[in-house]
Ligand binder design. Structure first.
Ligand SMILES: Nc1ncnc2c1ncn2[C@@H]1O[C@H](COP(=O)(O)OP(=O)(O)O)[C@@H](O)[C@H]1O
Ligand SMILES: [Mg+2]
Length: 245
């Protein structure tokens, strides 16, 4: 079967800085992949490359076998690549429901269809009670869910979740993780990116890729990856050793 996403030897430079260095990855339909690494490791740059906000200097990105390396973001979105942003940006003057409907308008021009799709997604994300609220002033945990809802409403095949649980309390993060784990029920594959919050990654990722200064230094199941000395020492620190025991 053709992988949903393939990155082959992708490099991206900003001036003299090689933010992503020869990264290759492959993922299959329905998979949940997490990219971990500290601030500056290149996670957001990888998301920007996949979603067409940036283009690689070297290497190729394939989505369902199609070369999308030079594709503009709106075309990548139409093709089925949805994303959330590390800095959440809903339209504050619209309600929660209207924000999600905007996503649905990518594939339907019918108002009531868009509304029922949006309502279903809000129900799944356990935020129906917020439907009529303005997006302005929502707490961060609700804003993070709204970002996912908006992306899901575009009916993506692949959804990119950049720092989806950052800034949340542990219980908020774990509750959201339960929902992220169920995203494949919507026919999407998931690529998440997190700086630390290993607890979440351990719970929901099928596979983990570790970035170190833009290079992939490890890949495997969460349980395998947290045991690797290079990961423990370079990233997670001694306190994470207990997770592996
Ligand atoms: N638009 C940009 N211009 C210049 N440097 C950038 C840009 N975006 C990211 N960088 C740099 O690239 C490196 C990787 O950043 P980023 O992908 O945001 O990492 P992460 O998401 O893992 O924290 C960092 O050193 C960052 O400062
Ligand atoms: Mg980032």
């Amino acid at each position: 079967m053709t992988p949903v996403l393939e990155m082959q030897n992708v490099t991206k430079c900003f001036g003299g800085l090689r933010a992503v260095k020869g990264v290759s990855l492959e993922m299959n339909a329905g998979e949940i992949l997490f990219i971990i690494g500290p601030n500056g490791a290149g996670k957001t740059t990888v998301f920007n490359l996949i979603s067409g906000f940036l283009h690689p200097d070297e290497g190729v990105i394939l989505f369902q076998g199609k070369n999308i390396s030079r594709m503009a973001p709106h075309r990548a979105a139409r093709l089925g690549i949805g994303r959330t942003f590390q800095i959440v940006k809903p339209l504050p003057s619209l309600t929660v429901l209207q924000n999600v409907m905007l996503g649905a308008f990518m594939h339907t021009g019918n108002l009531s269809h868009a509304e029922s799709e949006a309502a279903k997604i809000l129900d799944f994300l356990q935020m129906s009670h917020l439907s009529k609220f303005s997006a302005r002033g929502l707490p961060l945990a609700a804003l993070k869910r709204l970002e996912i809802a908006r992306a899901l409403a575009t009916k993506p095949k692949l959804i990119l979740l950049d720092e989806v649980v950052s800034g949340l309390t542990t219980s908020e993060a774990l509750a959201l993780a339960e929902l992220v784990k169920r995203l494949p029920e919507w026919g999407v594959s998931v690529v998440g990116g997190v700086e630390h919050v290993m607890q979440v990654v351990m719970k929901i990722a099928d596979r983990v890729i570790v970035l170190d200064y833009g290079a992939k230094i490890a890949e495997g199941s969460p349980a395998e990856v947290v045991k690797l000395p290079v990961v423990v020492e370079a990233y997670l620190g001694p306190k994470y050793k207990e997770l592996t025991q």
